[in-house]
Write a protein of this length. Structure first.
Length: 375
């Protein structure tokens, strides 16, 4: 009897701890971030996992990891017996398919946030739907599915409006030069974010901008990215604009342009702010960057997956007040346009009102505020 009494008291004590959900914590997030209400304890005392699955292993994801781990701590996920894992892909669709299957066969996964490598890969979409059918919550971050036909494969998308981002880079390029022959470089040409950025870029730049080359480098990555830049410059002697679509493409452009000593012949613009791109802009090698907020992709991805797993309707409605309506399943993590501290012809009024315009020094101060080296 004493043994039974002791066990019952331990269980009651455990339950009293588990019923407390994530607290508000200190949230460095943009507007919309806040605390969550207490939630019921999981039905099982086994720890559960929220997984963020990246499309690849680029430095871009370092900031997303920082955001995800900060969310885990600041939202006190441990109190709800939740932990956060970031699982990095290798840019191959097959890798994502296999990982999604593994999550479906696991007993401890409650939520998955995925940056989809190929928006039109039916097998990836099928595995996402299977996870949902099994009760595992699914969102996309950074790169979405084809929303026109597969938006039901996930609860929501959290990240950049990539078409808008492409337009901002197109506007920046138009502000640098009236006409251009350009080459664009990316990891996966089939990824939704790549397609939307390139389309938005061309839309804003206009007919006076002619694309001479568009090259992908995945799954090889950085080495292939550099050889693509060299090949494009060799093939197209009249190139005068080089466009980096993924985070590591701009550093690859900087490397090859520096080696070939052709900086005086080309303008360089790109997405994201890897540390080498930041250094490159400081050294006069980059004219403009459109910068996403991967920190918030990680942070808010964990936040919504936790809320979905715990049926925290308050947080769900706060983040997605119009869910179920057209466009109501998108959480925009924001954009910045970054230009050199001196000598840039670009001004804030060239860009959309909701795009933050920063000089390099201001941007670096923002990174320092959140202990980031890139974004």
């Amino acid at each position: 009897m004493q043994r039974r009494f002791f066990i019952s008291q331990v269980l009651l004590a455990s339950l009293s701890v588990a019923v407390f959900g994530c607290g508000a914590g200190s949230d460095p997030a943009p507007s919309g971030a806040g605390g969550t209400a207490p939630v019921a304890a999981p039905s099982s005392y086994e720890a559960k996992r929220i997984i963020i699955l990246t499309n690849g292993n680029a430095p871009f994801w370092d900031a997303a990891v920082a955001g995800a781990k900060d969310a885990e701590k600041e939202l006190n996920c441990a109190a709800g017996l939740l932990s956060v894992t970031v699982d990095r892909g290798d840019f191959a669709a097959e890798t994502q398919i296999n990982k999604l299957r593994q999550y479906g066969n696991a007993t401890d996964v409650v939520g998955v946030g995925i940056s989809v490598t190929d928006a039109n890969n039916d097998a990836i979409v099928d595995e996402m739907k299977k996870l949902q059918a099994a009760g595992i919550k699914v969102v996309t971050i950074d790169s979405d599915v084809d929303r026109s036909k597969n938006s039901d494969a996930r609860f929501a998308y959290l990240g950049t409006d990539n078409s808008q981002a492409g337009r901002q880079l197109g506007k920046a390029s138009k502000g640098l030069m009236e006409t251009a022959n350009y080459a664009a470089f990316v990891g996966l040409k089939g990824a939704a974010n790549a397609q939307e950025r390139v389309g938005g870029f061309q839309e804003a730049a206009g007919e006076s901008f002619k694309q001479l080359d568009y090259l992908g480098d995945a799954p090889e990555g950085a080495d292939k990215a550099r050889s693509n830049v060299r090949d494009a410059l060799d093939r197209n002697k009249d190139l005068n604009l080089l466009v980096g679509i993924w985070s590591y493409n701009t550093p690859a452009i900087i490397d090859i342009v520096g080696q070939l000593k052709v900086r005086d012949k080309v303008k360089i613009v790109g997405f994201d702010a890897d540390p080498p791109a930041i250094d490159g802009m400081k050294a006069g090698m980059v004219d403009a960057m459109v910068v996403q907020n991967p920190y918030q992709m990680g942070y808010q991805g964990v936040r919504i997956l936790k809320a979905l797993a715990e049926k925290d309707d308050g947080t769900i409605k706060e983040m997605f007040p119009k869910h179920g309506e057209a466009g109501g399943d998108i959480f925009d993590t924001g954009l910045k346009v970054v230009v050199p501290d001196e000598g840039s012809p670009l001004k804030a009024e060239l860009f959309d009102a909701n795009t933050q315009f920063l000089k390099l020094g201001e941007f670096k101060a923002w990174l320092d505020k959140y202990n980031l080296t890139g974004s």
